[in-house]
Design a protein around this ligand. Structure first.
Ligand SMILES: [Zn+2]
Ligand SMILES: [Zn+2]
Length: 300
């Protein structure tokens, strides 16, 4: 069994995997989505979720269908499939073997109304079952605090459920997740190689160069603060300019408002050599920037 483990979470679907495993693919949204995590060798974790639309699903039938489809494609390729299904009450466990082994579980959460199919696939000649079972047992599809969890490449945080992912950029040196709640935005970013990005610049110089150009329609002021022992920047902004006036007028015709304020934080974590930024646009009294920021653990 591996010594160190990490967390992967997308749309609230969370799994603990060996630390060297990394996210290689994501698609879909909270209703229907897919996530794939690979080991550096040839093991894989796949998770697939979809809403049950209020109808508790027949997990056993779904497991049979999954294995029947797998059997069909094995036959086409001229390989033989052996498989087993076990009803565990709340979950249905399955196991299959071809030139590889798959161990998986189907679960249904009535709180999220989601069916989750997870499987770990690994080479036949590896003694991997204990690790596979630990991964499968670690899977959760919601947090106990009501927030929706996100975790990738060591960046872990959570957002209120009213915020949905609008877009994301996942690069080795740069992660960006943009969430939206009507006109309000929440943006979480992380940069690697902070030392070379900053060079001789101060945190504020860097922020002005790399982050501020993305903040449109807000006039901003900077302050200093401390985050997890790091010197940090606090950014406070208020909507300004003609574009904002037009947006506000447009939103006045809807149930939602065009947010007038912006709160942001940025810091350099020297331990991990990374830069972090969290910012939100919001109205008076509904600022979530601190809450999201405080969930981030930039270093151990
Ligand atoms: Zn759930
Ligand atoms: Zn840190």
């Amino acid at each position: 069994m591996p010594q160190t483990w990490g967390t992967i979470a997308w749309e609230g679907v969370t799994a603990r995997v060996p630390a060297e495993w990394s996210l290689v693919g994501v698609s879909g949204d909270a209703q229907k989505g897919y996530l794939r995590v690979d080991s550096s060798e040839s093991s894989v974790l796949e998770m697939r979720w979809s809403t049950a639309q209020g109808k508790p699903p027949e997990l056993l039938a779904k497991a049979r269908e999954l294995l029947a489809n797998l059997d069909k494609s094995c036959r086409k390729q001229g390989t033989k499939l052996t498989s087993k299904i076990k009803n565990e009450g709340q979950a249905v466990a399955f196991w299959w073997k071809t030139d590889r082994v798959g161990e998986g579980r189907l679960t249904y959460c009535d709180k999220c109304d989601r069916v989750l199919i997870a499987q770990v696939i690994y080479p036949c000649d590896e003694d991997f079952s204990d690790t596979a079972q630990s991964i499968l047992r670690s899977i959760r599809d919601h947090r106990s605090d009501g927030l929706v969890g996100w975790a990738l490449y060591g960046l872990e945080f959570a957002v209120p459920p009213s915020y949905s992912l609008e877009k994301h950029t996942l690069m080795s040196g740069y992660l960006q997740l943009v969430f939206r709640n009507h006109a309000k935005r929440l943006i979480v970013e992380r940069w690697g190689l902070a030392n070379s990005l900053l060079g001789d610049d101060s945190l504020m110089d860097w922020y002005r160069k790399d982050v501020l150009p993305d903040i449109k329609g807000f006039r901003v002021e900077f302050g200093e603060t401390e985050i997890l022992g790091h010197q940090a920047l606090r950014v406070f902004g208020w909507a300004a300019g003609i574009r904002q006036a037009i947006k506000t007028a447009a939103y006045s015709l809807t149930l939602y408002t065009n947010p007038k304020l912006l709160t942001g934080y940025a810091w350099q974590c020297t331990e991990s050599n990374r830069l972090y930024s969290v910012r939100t646009t919001h109205d008076e009294g509904e600022n979530i920037a601190e809450r999201v920021r405080d969930l981030i653990r930039c270093h151990k």
